[in-house]
Design a protein. Structure first.
Length: 179
């Protein structure tokens, strides 16, 4: 009986791990004010049927977003000014039919909540507004920078060993820092 329950859970996780690769995009919008770079981003179509199935299986599903503030270089690799990790997790309790959701920035839990509304969970996992992730202290005035946001789900299932980290979907936008 346990094996018959294990197969649907494994299939749901496999679908959730590959669900982000199906043409989703991340829209990124930076705002530099009051000594901070505020980052807003949205993962379009990130809450697929496969993701919903994985959540309803009762396992914890986490969307991890790696946010990099970079400056282009003409000759060498682009320079990374700062990096941050944003994660949003959800666990569905099949007995109470409630979702426990948490958000963390660089490993520190910023907020946690419980809800019964799946639309609220969808927004919790895919929409982020005005996150004060970076300081403007080291930025050069009137210089062009860009923000890159990469997303992946966890847990991941891999069919073969790959030594490099692969993100499922990414978004980028350029901006000029004007103090």
């Amino acid at each position: 009986m346990r094996r018959s329950l294990l197969l649907p859970i494994v299939l749901a996780l496999a679908g959730a791990a590959t669900a982000l690769a199906a043409g989703q995009t991340i829209q990124v919008m930076p705002v530099a004010r009051e000594g901070r770079v505020y980052v807003s981003f949205r993962l379009s179509d990130g809450f697929t049927d496969e993701v919903a199935d994985a959540i309803h299986s009762g396992l914890t599903l986490t969307f991890n977003y790696d946010v990099d503030l970079k400056r282009s270089a003409a000759v060498w690799f682009d320079r990374t000014i700062a990096s941050a990790t944003v994660s949003a997790s959800v666990k569905y309790d099949t007995l109470t039919r409630k979702y426990s959701v948490t958000r963390a920035y660089d490993g520190r839990i910023e907020s946690a909540d419980t809800t019964g509304n799946e639309d609220a969970v969808r927004g919790w996992l895919t929409n982020f507004d005005r996150l004060p992730l970076f300081s403007t202290a080291g930025l050069e005035a009137n210089a062009e920078y860009y923000l890159r946001v990469r997303a992946r789900t966890s847990p991941r299932t891999v069919l073969f060993f790959w030594p490099w980290d692969r993100h499922d979907v990414a978004g980028m936008t350029k901006f000029t820092f004007i103090p």
